[in-house]
Design a protein around this ligand. Structure first.
Ligand code: AMP
Length: 380
């Protein structure tokens, strides 16, 4: 099946070809026609499944028939949990919109940066991508009104709840018009998501896309049994031994991410941290420098890693295991995409052995754990 059978305009088909999107991903096949026909959609899809284009394309197409919006009255709202996702989704919207005959005015807003600049840029905006807190601040300041929107998207709804945005979401829902189209995307379903979908969605088309485990086979997975106090030296040993030029390291806490970065730097290895306590500017710089190769090691927490849009990393290292097997699969999925194979390394402490067994079971793949006690790490 090609994009041309989904009901998209020739301009968008041209934009897709330009981006080398040849075939629609499963979520796109189902979501695009449903959204174009005005239906509510519940999409259960992991990050990386192509869900952004699945809602951005039909939304942009619907804009082609709309008259220009009144100033401050946006017509479409995409709610996202993090600043990185706001920027990323905004970029996808702008990229596709550039090929359309009717210009669509698009803006991403998020906290942690000056609200005044955002207020100025809100002039004439029709499609807004926003994090919940900043959206409410802008509404309170009368810079923005959401009472006439035609379409609402909630992206990564589960993360939104995990981040404690429930109260903000409820406030936002109370400001929306009754007549509107609703699209909700979440990597997981749970009690709270079900409650939200019941309040929000009307006879939704349900689309479920499972995590694609096929490409896991392309990833070389290695695990080392490492005592907690030897994880730092082991990490530096691996970076040097394997001559890693670009490696994404995951830690489970912000504090640990900072500590790992500091240690790497004192050992002369360029590194930057990526987590929610870093300013927006610092995160953007860290990611840019990492992509350019100016920084070899990016140390991230799971949440911050959602905004890291690099498909084929050569190396991913789990300095600590994530709590959920899903996050493990998501982390290692940052490497070994398409034709390029990658290596995912996990440093397993004594307390993590059992948990690693659970992860392997969920993944349906066994990974041998290599002893490192005898390895001389002096000097690392
Ligand atoms: P997403 O899950 O929306 O973050 O998309 C994951 C990645 O897949 C992004 O880098 C997209 O550019 C890419 N992508 C999405 N849809 C397609 C497609 N149909 N063909 C090729 N690449 C795609």
């Amino acid at each position: 099946m090609s994009f041309s059978s989904l009901g998209l305009s020739s301009h968008l088909l041209h934009a897709l070809a330009k981006q080398h999107y040849t075939d629609p991903y499963p979520i796109q096949k189902e979501a695009i026609p449903a959204i174009l026909s005005g239906k509510d959609v519940l999409g259960v899809a992991p990050t990386g499944s192509g869900k952004t284009a699945s809602f951005v394309l039909p939304i942009l197409q619907q804009f082609q028939k709309k008259p220009a919006a009144k100033n401050r009255f946006i017509k479409a709202l995409i709610l996202v949990p993090t600043r990185e996702l706001a920027v990323q989704v905004g970029d996808v919207c702008t990229m596709f919109a550039a090929q359309l005959p009717r210009a669509v005015k698009i803006l991403s807003v998020f906290g942690g940066v000056s609200i005044n600049t955002q207020m100025i840029h809100l002039q004439g905006i029709e499609l807004l991508i926003a994090t919940p807190g900043r959206l409410l601040d802008l509404i309170d300041s009368k810079a923005l009104n959401i009472s006439e929107i035609d379409i609402l998207v909630i992206d990564e709804a589960d993360k939104m709840l995990n981040l404690g945005f429930k109260a903000e979401m409820t406030s936002i829902f109370s400001l929306l018009p009754i007549q509107r189209q609703n699209l909700l995307f979440s990597a997981t379903l749970g009690k709270e998501i079900n409650t939200i979908t019941e309040i929000l969605l009307q006879n939704p088309v349900k689309i479920e896309v499972k995590e694609d485990l096929k490409h896991i086979d392309l990833i070389q997975q290695i695990a080392y049994d490492v005592a907690e106090e030897r994880k730092g030296p082991m990490l530096r040993y691996l970076i040097q031994e394997k001559n890693m030029q670009q490696v994404l390291v995951f830690t489970s806490s912000i504090h640990r991410a900072d500590a790992v970065v500091e240690k790497l730097k004192t050992h002369g290895i360029s590194a930057a941290a990526m987590h929610s306590k870093k300013s927006q500017g610092a995160r953007t710089d860290a990611l840019k420098n990492f992509k350019l190769g100016a920084v070899k090691v990016l140390v991230a927490t799971d949440l911050a890693s959602r905004g890291i849009d690099i498909d084929a990393l050569p190396f991913v290292i789990n300095y600590e295991l994530p709590r959920s097997p899903k996050d493990y699969i998501h982390r290692i999925g940052r490497t070994g995409r398409a034709a390029s194979s990658g290596t995912a390394i996990s440093l397993i402490g004594p307390d993590e052995q059992h948990h690693f067994k659970v992860i392997q079971k969920k993944m349906g793949k066994k990974v041998e754990i290599i002893e490192t006690e005898a390895l001389d790490l002096k000097g690392y």
